[in-house]
Design a protein around this ligand. Structure first.
Ligand SMILES: Cc1ncc(COP(=O)(O)O)c(C=O)c1O
Length: 423
């Protein structure tokens, strides 16, 4: 190499064969978490090879189609519309409701915040808008606040990890545009008191967003399976928007979420429009411009392939695994749940953190291929349980016990890691 040059991956002088590309993928992914085998308790969801095959085939067929302009792709317009209507049933949509398909929970949340900001810009004299939300609400709200110049007022949760409605009421002022609740919240997996939060929002004349990115599918089915699920969706008076991720418990390909508004006017503040350039009229519904049809087609395909009974079956499987995990930790001599799970996610701590470092347990689990999220405060491990776990949960629990013993015996410490990375 000449001085001043640095090593970098170069485009091959001659194209590679499809076979050697596939081999390269195999080599590169040897260290990836084996989520198809149920090894991931975070980041990935799996309802089995048949569902995956349907999603991948749909994605392949529409990956090059562009939902930026559905005039050119009426198929995508139809699929988006039908996905929204199907998801709308889970979300308690009314005839006034209207939504958009987005690329994920983060985009759905960003858009709910932008719509609320622009609605209040249009209807009030608020110049320094704020949002009142519990400390448990997802980090995407911090991103939305940073992107759209809105102040966030995070209020500490109650000892049971649920939103402190009275504390939030005290944080609302004349510049508040939105109150947030989660169904369920990510860190401890519990559902906020949505009726109380929505009533507060109504009394103060502000919007109420329910983050059901995690629960929008599973809560609809848990209720039907006989679990006591408190009201959480657009059927609750005062809820003005709600988000649900189809790429989580909808078991479709990544890049699929829905943001649903209580009315069309609020939705109208989500879109972006300009004609101030040389390319004519430009309009887009969300953060993206060009938007692959792949995720839309995969969502449509998986929802039709699974059907209502498929989601009921998958929710039951995931709940069986969640309850096994919860029960195991409840009776564990060294671990404790932070809360009994309201849906399909939970987190747990060490009974004696000075003797047992839970991040060391996660490190040991990772050596055995299990990927578990780490979080704080408090220092805890987090599991998102889905249908694929029903068949592997006993193995996972056996490994968890061994890993706790190793971490106790060696007194190892571990690192909190990160929920996402900048790379
Ligand atoms: C409650 C909740 N809201 C929002 C999000 C953000 O979703 P995404 O990662 O799809 O952007 C997540 C992700 O885990 C979540 O758990």
């Amino acid at each position: 190499m000449k001085p001043g040059q640095f090593e970098q991956h170069a485009i091959p002088a001659n194209g590679m064969s499809a076979q050697s590309i596939s081999t390269a993928f195999d080599q590169m992914s040897t260290q990836d978490v084996r989520w198809r085998d149920g090894k991931a308790f975070s980041l990935a969801y799996n309802a089995g090879p048949d569902v995956l095959a349907v999603a991948e085939e749909a994605y392949r067929r529409f990956s090059g189609a562009n939902a930026l302009n559905t005039a050119a792709f009426p198929s995508l317009r139809q699929m988006q519309g039908e996905v929204l209507e199907m998801a709308g049933v889970w979300l308690g949509s009314t005839t006034n409701s209207a939504g958009y398909f987005t690329s994920g929970g983060t985009e759905s949340i960003l858009m709910a915040v932008k719509a609320a900001r622009d609605q209040f810009r249009s209807d009030s004299s608020i110049t320094h808008p704020n949002i009142v939300l519990p400390t448990s609400a997802h980090a995407a709200f911090d991103k939305a606040a940073a992107y759209f110049s809105v102040e966030l007022r995070r209020v500490a949760v109650l000892p049971n990890w649920r939103a402190d409605v009275a504390g939030m009421a005290a944080a609302v002022d004349q510049n508040t545009i939105m109150i947030v609740g989660s169904a369920p919240q990510y860190p401890q997996g519990v559902i906020d008191d949505i009726p109380e939060l929505a009533a507060l929002a109504q009394r103060r004349g502000v919007n109420c967003h329910v983050d059901a990115c995690m629960g929008g599918v599973s809560l609809a089915y848990l209720g039907r399976l006989g679990y006591q699920i408190p009201p959480w969706n657009l059927q609750v008076d005062g809820v003005t928007s709600i988000s649900v991720d189809l790429h989580k418990f909808g078991y479709t390909s990544k890049g699929a979420s829905v943001i649903m508004y209580a009315n069309k006017r609020l939705r109208s503040f989500q879109g972006f429009f300009t004609d101030q350039w040389l390319g004519g009229i430009y309009a887009s519904s969300g953060m993206l411009g060009t938007k692959s049809g792949g995720a839309i087609a995969a969502a449509w395909a998986v929802m039709h392939f699974l059907g209502d009974d498929g989601y009921l079956r998958l929710t039951r499987s995931a709940r069986v695994a969640t309850e096994k995990l919860a029960q195991h930790i409840t009776t564990h001599p060294h671990l404790s749940l932070l809360a009994q799970p309201d849906a399909l996610l939970l987190s747990f701590v060490a009974n004696e953190p000075t003797r047992l470092n839970v991040y060391a347990v996660a490190d040991e689990m990772w050596k055995r291929g299990w990927y578990i999220d780490r979080q704080e405060p408090p220092q805890s491990l987090h599991c998102t349980v889905n249908a694929v776990h029903e068949t592997v949960i006993d193995d996972m629990l056996a490994d968890l016990d061994s890993c706790v013993s190793i971490a106790l015996d060696t007194g190892m410490s571990g690192d909190v890691g990160a929920y996402g990375t900048l790379s």
